[in-house]
Design a protein around this ligand. Structure first.
Ligand SMILES: O=C(O)CCC(=O)C(=O)O
Ligand SMILES: [Fe+2]
Length: 346
């Protein structure tokens, strides 16, 4: 697929994310390691220059055929989000984007790392089964990158270098998933205020590696302003999730973000299909979501510390349109961003 990277209008401010070079991280370049730690404790979002080492193009191509199946076929694989299950197909509108319970405008397909790597992955539609080897290679490489980042973060936090990697072993059961997303962006929707495809959220897990081509991802700056993240060729957009906040007792940051219409879209444009390819790493299922640095919740109330698996299920349930009751539902779906002022939420 040859989707170009569109030009963003000069007038649109974009997030000044730090660019980290993956090769320099592998070489343990001291300056690059410092820059990674600063980005992780600052906004929790950065670009990672990966070049051909992690090529999302075959996965974008797969996403087209996966979402091109009939809705009936896709619904055969519908995830049971109401009960906290987060693998399989998520139809448009099944989660909500704001306090009022407005439905999302995005489809997902969450593919479990464990199924692709460790078992005969039979419970998938043909396009996914046919691409199993490509998926496997992409997942393994993404996970490698995550482990490199986690080792650096462990060291910088003053922990054993293996402390975080040991909670994210490739072959141990976890909620890790490769997510394909598709949203249909219509020009007129841009004029709504604003068209929100995926509502404001923090990621649940550890390190997220994201590729999108068209833009539309926004991060919430500390001053409460939303700012677009411009996709760059050869670069992934990487962000940290709530598990990193919990495990580091708040030193590492998991920022609020959302997906809206890309800023370059004008009313004359045709409707566009927006795809993204996202690898979510999460702590192994039985890891407790509490600080490795001491002074965490565990010391205060060990019985109430959730495992990573419980944390994901709780958050997934609270995001479902089917579980939405009123504004208090929106409060309950929050992750570690709860310490922010209420005013900044959409
Ligand atoms: O599609 C994107 O650009 C971001 C998707 C995202 O934030 C998510 O799936 O958690
Ligand atoms: Fe996200």
């Amino acid at each position: 697929m040859t989707v170009p990277f569109p030009d963003f209008p000069e007038s649109v401010p974009t997030a000044p994310l730090v660019v980290i070079d993956y090769n320099l991280l592998v070489q343990k370049d001291p300056e690059e390691l410092n820059r990674l730690f600063k980005a992780s404790t600052d906004l929790g979002f950065f670009y990672l220059k990966v070049g051909a080492q992690l090529d999302p193009i075959p996965i974008f191509t797969l996403a087209e055929s996966v979402f091109g199946q009939s809705l009936d076929t896709k619904m055969k694989y519908a995830m049971d989000g109401k009960n906290g299950v987060y693998f399989g197909y998520k139809a448009v509108g099944s989660t909500y984007t704001d306090k009022k319970g407005t439905p999302d405008m995005i489809e997902f397909w969450n593919i479990a790392k464990d199924e692709i790597l460790m078992q005969d992955a039979t419970d998938h539609p043909k396009p996914i089964l046919d691409a199993k080897e490509v998926l496997k290679q992409f997942i393994i490489k993404s996970h490698d990158i995550v482990l490199v980042i986690l080792e650096i973060l462990s060291t910088k936090l003053g922990l054993d270098p293996h402390a975080l990697p040991d909670l994210h072993r490739l072959t141990h059961p976890s909620g890790d998933q490769l997510r394909l997303t598709k949203s249909i962006i219509c020009p007129f929707q841009q004029q709504l205020s604003p068209h929100v495809a995926l509502g404001a959220h923090t990621d649940f897990g550890s390190v997220t590696i994201l590729f999108n081509r068209l833009g539309g991802l926004q991060v919430l700056k500390p001053d409460g302003e939303w700012t677009y993240v411009r996709p760059l060729p050869d670069h992934a957009i990487v962000n940290l999730g709530d598990a990193m906040v919990k495990l580091s007792n708040g030193l590492l940051k998991s920022n609020i973000h959302r997906v809206v219409a890309p800023p370059w879209l004008s009313v004359e444009d045709e409707v566009v299909d927006r795809f993204s390819v996202v690898y979510f790493s999460r702590p192994e299922n039985d890891v407790h979501m509490t600080s490795l640095l001491g002074h965490g919740e565990q010391e205060q109330d060990a019985d109430h510390v959730l495992t990573a698996q419980e944390w994901i299920a709780r958050r997934v349930k609270n995001f479902q349109t089917a579980n939405y009751k009123d504004e208090t539902s929106y409060e309950m779906r929050k992750g570690t961003e709860g310490n922010r002022d209420d005013g900044v939420y959409v």
